[in-house]
Design a protein around this ligand. Sequence first.
Ligand code: S0N
Length: 279
Amino acid sequence: MGSVVDWKRSGDYTDIIYETAEGIAKITINRPEVHNAFRPQTLFELQQAFNVARDDSSVGVIIFTGAGDRAFCSGGDQKIRGDDGYLGDDEVARQGIGRLNVLDLQVQIRRLPKPVICMVAGYSIGGGNVLQVCCDLTIAADNARFGQTGPKVGSFDGGYGSWLLAETVGLKKAREIWYLCRQYSAEEALQMGMVNAVVPLERLEEETVAWARELLEKSPLALRMLKGALNAVSDGAAGMQQFAGDATMLYYMSEEAQEGRDAFKEKRRPEFDKFPRRP
Ligand code: S0N
């Protein structure tokens, strides 16, 4: 896969790569020897990187992908799975107890007020596919393979992994995917609405960057509100809380709210009567 932009690498990571260019952040899981399976350290670094991208006001879109062309992500690293979570010899796992923290990353991707595009070459499997489902958009290479493995390897995701998948592909299909643990081609994933586009592998990054550039031409606040609105229904009270936070941010940006702040600081009565009572 040739690169179509001049990515600038930053940060001090072992399991991931963080790059930026042209208002796009690219976050890559970099464990190709295990099909980019995640361990506690990977998730810790992904959370850090998504926070960096969120806080960087020059970043408008995030691309989430895996190193190489054989896998986006094959889920939790089964070789270091302990009896109550993931262990292993990485820095985060050495802190002692097994961790189940991929759910925190799923929530972070949903709450992050910028579009996240999942760029999938090869396998998108298990907890990796749940992360894919949590992203706003997905561009798949023609060699992509999608599936859940929980009932085969002794795990399941009863959160976003189940009901967000059902919201995406329909209940019957979600049951089939989880109960039977089959794999699906990129074309099949497109048919069921799990991905937005399928492109030849050699054009995957070019096409994904084209989608990112198209998003960058749009109003960031409108995209933020739409992401919040589309997530609010399925995220219940937590989704409404996020949306309410965005509404407060917009209100803070109004002269009406600023009059309240200024009046307090100037120790005077606020002059709210100069603002219209809108119908
Ligand atoms: C992806 C598959 C189908 C690819 O098969 P293929 O092409 O035959 O390649 P392999 O030879 O199997 O793989 C190449 C090398 O990569 C290693 N590897 C692959 N996947 C993993 C993995 N997940 N963990 C560790 N190693 C992996 C292979 O072992 C091989 O290396 P060598 O040759 O050295 O052995 C196929 O690989 C496959 O089926 N992989 C396993 C997929 C899977 O079952 N993933 C785990 C599913 N479960 C989760 O993701 C947990 C979800 C979760 O995290 C969670 C959910 C809810 C609540 C909390 C949590 C939480 O735990 O935080």
